[in-house]
Write a protein that binds this ligand. Structure first.
Ligand SMILES: Cc1ncc(COP(=O)(O)O)c(C=O)c1O
Length: 409
């Protein structure tokens, strides 16, 4: 034990203030339950922002963590290691991809994807083919390239000149995309379901149309599956249920169930444009992270587990519908698998944070996606009893928020 005393107030003293964390401090987790430093318990519908897909403290992941932790954590990229090779084999066997590059986060996986797309196009077609097409409200990470490509200008502004050659188009508007994608485009990057942007699923025709336009103009189609990947939408990757295959796919978040790891997956032909020394990372694919991710992939690719995603998705949507019948809180309930968004009705516009805070006060951890959408991204194996208990608490929280609105009118 240490003699340094800390609490939530310490955050405001010693941390760079880019976050505004909740008033309680989580301390311990098991499955879909979390306890704070005061011993209060919470039902976890956030999953660490779509990360802890196998819940907290999964016994098989703990076993791998301990075994590999005892063997070798890190060795550096002058060497390879067996866990990363097994992980790459599993991911390439499961997907369209032949090759994997490992990083530490979603942003870095996207950074690699965008750099690879540029390099591929410049090598193959010349220096003019650099345009990256992205979509408004999209989110691809916080490096300078990925905030510039992302479709939320507030994250990219105020840092000086941005990378050039990036265009933003409206999401799900195929006509505009078809018109905009030209021979100058090197890549189109899209989330199959926009997560941070409000839990907006792509229309299947939109993704199919993007694939056709990319093929016509020699552009690479990049699917950012950082949030939708690793079982979140009910198939291992969302592209599998859309029936549209990208050229590059990025994945992170649930891949390590909380151990930081990301990956970029692609075909052999495209991967060849990254030669030795062209791109790299110190930690990416280290044996500790890779061994955990390998177990995560093994467990989540089990068809029975993926079936359970659909069952839990239905249960959450049914609870939300029932709450909506009582309170008229939502305008729309949407999403795929266990990435679910509930958009607030006009009477509660921009009050997602109030619902989130009321939920926390009643023992529930949830997410928002913008000021107007409540988001659910729980463990894919959340026990049904926890799910039901969580919604009993959410209902109480909603009663309080709706009551407060009635009083304040
Ligand atoms: C679709 C998508 N891409 C990229 C990222 C960035 O991932 P990271 O925070 O691991 O860098 C996120 C994170 O929310 C995301 O949702």
């Amino acid at each position: 034990m240490t003699d340094i005393n800390v609490n939530r107030g310490t955050f405001d003293e010693v941390m760079v203030p880019v976050f505004s964390p909740a008033s309680f401090v989580p301390d311990r987790g098991r499955g879909s339950r979390v306890w704070d430093t005061e011993g209060r318990d919470y039902v976890d519908f956030a999953g660490g922002i779509a990360v802890t897909a196998l819940g907290h403290g999964h016994p098989e992941l703990l076993k791998v963590l301990h075994e590999q932790g005892d063997k070798l954590w890190h060795i550096g990229n002058g060497y390879t290691n067996e866990p990363v090779l097994r992980l790459a084999k599993r991911l390439t066997d499961l997907t369209f991809a032949d090759r994997a590059f490992f990083a530490n986060s979603g942003a870095e996986a996207n950074e690699a994807a965008l750099k690879l797309a540029r390099r591929y196009a410049i090598d193959k077609f010349g220096p003019e083919k650099i345009e990256i097409i992205s979509f408004t409200q999209s989110f691809h990470g916080r490096t300078f390239f990925t905030v510039s490509v992302g479709g939320q200008p507030k994250y990219a502004e105020g840092f000086g000149p941005q990378p050039q050659g990036i265009r933003h188009l409206p999401y799900n508007d195929l006509a505009q995309a078809v018109e905009a994608i030209s021979d100058k485009a090197c890549a189109v990057i899209v989330e199959p379901v926009q997560g941070e942007g409000g839990v907006l699923p792509a229309d299947p025709a939109f993704l199919k149309g993007l694939r056709e336009a990319c093929d016509k103009h020699g552009a690479l189609l990049i699917f950012d599956e950082v949030q939708t990947g690793v079982g979140r939408t009910g198939t291992f990757y969302a592209y599998m249920q859309y029936g549209v295959t990208p050229d590059i796919l990025t994945t992170a978040k649930a891949l390590g169930n909380g151990f930081p790891i990301g990956a970029m997956l692609t075909t052999d032909a495209i991967a060849q444009h990254f030669k030795v020394g062209v791109h790299g990372t110190t930690y990416g694919g280290n044996p500790l992270g890779a061994s955990i991710a390998e177990k995560v992939v093994e467990l989540i690719s089990d068809p029975k587990l993926l079936e359970g995603v659909g069952e839990r998705s239905k249960a959450i949507k049914a609870h939300l519908e029932r709450i909506n019948e009582r309170f008229g809180l939502f305008k729309e309930i949407r999403g795929r698998g266990l990435l679910i968004g509930a958009e607030l009705a006009d009477a509660y516009k921009d009050r997602a944070k109030d619902v989130l805070n009321a939920a926390a006060a009643n023992g529930v951890i949830m997410l928002i996606a913008g000021p107007n959408v409540i988001r659910f991204a729980p463990s894919l194996i959340m026990p049904m009893a926890d799910l039901d208990e969580g919604f009993a608490r959410i209902e109480k929280a909603v009663e309080q928020v709706v009551g407060a609105v009635a009083v304040s009118r």
